[in-house]
Design a binder for this molecule. Structure first.
Ligand code: ZN
Length: 86
């Protein structure tokens, strides 16, 4: 899809990077994924919970409706994901 062609029907009528919305108390916001890092075993008195998030966007075929979702901020997300995992 991100090559401009639908993965299902082959059409080149692809809408790229369309915002996917979630609902918050103050109105619609872009949909995000979120990873909270585990608490390290030996941190100091002052310590901040680590986390990272990425925004989800859609690629949509205008011919058949097939939709793929992609997340940004991958390097930070993967670093958070890997913490605390062997
Ligand atoms: Zn299609």
């Amino acid at each position: 899809m991100r090559n401009g062609f639908c993965a299902k029907c082959g059409s080149n009528h692809v809408m790229e990077g369309v915002e996917v919305r979630d609902r918050a108390s103050n109105g619609p916001v872009p949909l995000k994924v979120h990873i909270t890092e585990p608490e390290p075993p030996d941190h100091g008195f002052i310590w901040k919970q680590g986390s990272s998030s990425g925004t989800v966007r859609a690629w949509i075929c205008a011919s058949c409706g097939y939709t793929e979702l992609y997340t940004d901020n991958l390097a930070e997300l993967y670093a958070s994901y890997r913490k605390g995992r062997p």
